[in-house]
Design a protein around this ligand. Sequence first.
Ligand code: PPY
Length: 373
Amino acid sequence: MPEVTKIIRAKEQTVESLLEAWGGESVIIRFDRPTGAWMVIAVHSTRLGPAAGGTRMKVYANLAAAVADALNLAEGMTYKCALAGLPHGGGKAVIAVPPRALDPDERRGLLLRYGSLIKQFGTVFDTGPDVGTSAADMDVIAETGAPYVFGCTAERGGAGDSGPATALGVFSGIEAACEHLFGSPDLAGRRVVVQGAGSVGGALVGLLRAAGARVRFSDADSLAVARFRDEEGVEYVAPEDVYDAECDIFAPCALGGVLNEETIPRLRARAVVGAANNQLRAPEDAERLRAREILYAPDFVVNIGGAVVLEGIESLGWTPAQVEERIRGVRATLKEIFAAAERDGLTTETVARRLAEERIESATPQTARGPSA
Ligand code: PPY
């Protein structure tokens, strides 16, 4: 995404204005003096249960940009969990690391201090891997005795890489979009452009090809390009050309903020269905897509797979078949959202938020869960 624009937008905001404008419950901000990193834990809602959301680690322009990201992502998690039917609210944590590389010991120390912080925070926040963190990082965080750390390595009882589960939700969303646009969910011959061939986008490419779709992908990482273009023969689109590619479905599976006033006019896709969190850079972007008659599948409806597999397997005792069924439910949820948006002349984003809010309002408030075992 245009990183520069994101930085400019975030700079317009102060931490005070961001927190004042936010509708969530609580935020913890801590400065980690040994590394110079900032830890931000945002709990948006615990109305449906403990807040769930991954821990993201990356470099931000400043603290306000990190806080803005945590707040937006936590809100998205509230909607995501509500629409996925999970007994959870939304949260997210961001560790804003300094631009210099941390050596392995420094990183470990940082993760241990972060683990102690979420341990103090108690039972209202479930976390797991996210952009910039791995299963091995979750193992380190869990060493502190922090409860509710999901997505550890298999040796530590983790459910494994959630990428394929997330990809399945996107695939089901693409079926829903094709059903709405073309009257059939069959993907044979449909042209799909996947932005980012990482753990989610890469798995999605495989599912789409197996279904007979004509797939192209873009990725800035030469290893991903070598694997998918050179070894698997998938057609490659240069990252700078990805928005101009003519296709049925554009599937953003990398960064947030990719749908914005610069990119939307360029799109030559009939629909956008992808895994990236917070794809719309600004709320107006939903209307920009609608005005161009591009069907948009809201990200928090589509990318439920990670949360469903981590919470389902590791906490709720679901079988893999139950997890799969829940994730495939994305298709029915989206079908309802697409139909309501068309009927009421609203954006799909508005309809999806409304549906999530209705589910949250009508649910019985959860009592706090007891101390961890
Ligand atoms: C996401 O879907 O973006 C998540 O953060 C998934 C998640 C859910 C619960 C714990 C950790 C990560």
